[in-house]
Ligand binder design. Structure first.
Ligand code: F6R
Length: 262
C-alpha cells in the first residue's frame, strides 16, 4: 500500500485531482470508479477546473459510482445521482449516458445489484477506483462485518453512517436505512484503488485501515490485499499512524516519486 501524507487537505485533494487528470489524459477511454461524500467535493471542484483548463477529453470515459441510497429516486436532491450530475458530470461535460450508479428505486435490489456487476464486467472492469472512508472504516457502504469477498448488494446502514449523512436530508425526511453498494470484492477487482481521507475525524479509521489487522471489523483494511492501492492523506488524517515517519521518508511531502507499490 502506498501512503502519501500531505501537509494540508488542499494539497491532498490536488494530488488526487492530478492523478485522475493524468490518467484520463493518458487513457481517455478509462473506466473510472467514483465516490461521493464531503471528502470528494473539493476533488471534483478541482477536477472540473483541471478538465477545462487542460482540455482533458472526457467524452469517452465510463464511470461507475460505488453506491446509491436505496429507495431514493435518481432526481431526489440528496441522491448520489443528483450529487454526481451537479458536482461533476454536467459541469465537466461527461455525458450522463456514460455514467452509472446503482438504480436505487428499482423494484428488486438483488436483480439491480447483479445487473450493476454485469455492467461493470461488460465495460471490461474498473481501471481506477476512487474511494473515501467512513469514520467506522467503511468503503462504499460496506459497513463493519461486511464480507471481504462481498459483491454489489443491498446493505443496511449503521446508525453512525446515517447520523453522518443526516445533514443532506430535510428536517421532515428520514435518512435512508439502506443502500446498494459495490461489495468489497467488487472494489478489490479494480485494477487500481485511490483512497482520500482528510481531517482528524478519519485518523482512527485510517490507522486501522493501514496498520491494523486485516478484518471485516474495518472493511477498508481489505485494501491491504490490493496490489495497487494508494492512500492519500492530510496531516490530520495521518495523525494516528505509528509509521508516519517511514511513509514520509519514502514519499517526502506526499510526492510519489517512486512508481512502486507494496
Ligand atoms: C460515498 C461512499 C462512502 C464515503 C464515506 C466518507 O460514495 O461510498 O464510503 O466515501 O462515507 O464520506 P465523507 O467524505 O462524507 O466523510
Amino acid at each position: 500500500m502506498k501512503v502519501l501524507v500531505h501537509s494540508s487537505a488542499e494539497l491532498a485533494q490536488q494530488s488526487v485531482c492530478d492523478v485522475l487528470t493524468a490518467r484520463i489524459l493518458a487513457h481517455p477511454a478509462s473506466v473510472i470508479g467514483l465516490a461521493t461524500g464531503g471528502t470528494m467535493e473539493a476533488v471534483y471542484d478541482k477536477l472540473i477546473l483541471s478538465i477545462t483548463r487542460k482540455a482533458v477529453p472526457v467524452r469517452e470515459l465510463l464511470t461507475f459510482n460505488l453506491d446509491e441510497y436505496w429507495g431514493l429516486a435518481p432526481n431526489h436532491p440528496a441522491s448520489y445521482r443528483s450529487y454526481m450530475n451537479a458536482r461533476l458530470f454536467d459541469p465537466a461535460g461527461i455525458p450522463r449516458e456514460r455514467t452509472f450508479l446503482p438504480v436505487a428505486d428499482a423494484v428488486e435490489p438483488d436483480a439491480e445489484s447483479e445487473a450493476y456487476e454485469q455492467r461493470i464486467r461488460e465495460a471490461g472492469g474498473i481501471d481506477l477506483q476512487l474511494l473515501g472512508i467512513g469514520q467506522n472504516g467503511h468503503i462504499g457502504f460496506n459497513e463493519p462485518t461486511s464480507s471481504l469477498a462481498s459483491r454489489t448488494r443491498l446493505k443496511t446502514l449503521t446508525e453512525s453512517t446515517r447520523k453522518a449523512n443526516r445533514q443532506y436530508f430535510g428536517d421532515d425526511e428520514e435518512t435512508p436505512k439502506y443502500a446498494i453498494t459495490m461489495g468489497i470484492g467488487t472494489i478489490l477487482d479494480a485494477r487500481e484503488c485511490l483512497l482520500l481521507a482528510t481531517g482528524e475525524s478519519k485518523a482512527e479509521a485510517v490507522s486501522r485501515m493501514i496498520e491494523g489487522p486485516l478484518g471485516a471489523h474495518c472493511p477498508a483494511s481489505a485494501l491491504q490485499l490490493h496490489p495497487k492501492a494508494t492512500v492519500v492523506l492530510d496531516a490530520d488524517a495521518a495523525s494516528e499512524l505509528k509509521l508516519r515517519e517511514y511513509y514520509q521518508h519514502v514519499h517526502p511531502d506526499g510526492i510519489d516519486r517512486q512508481p512502486t507499490h507494496g
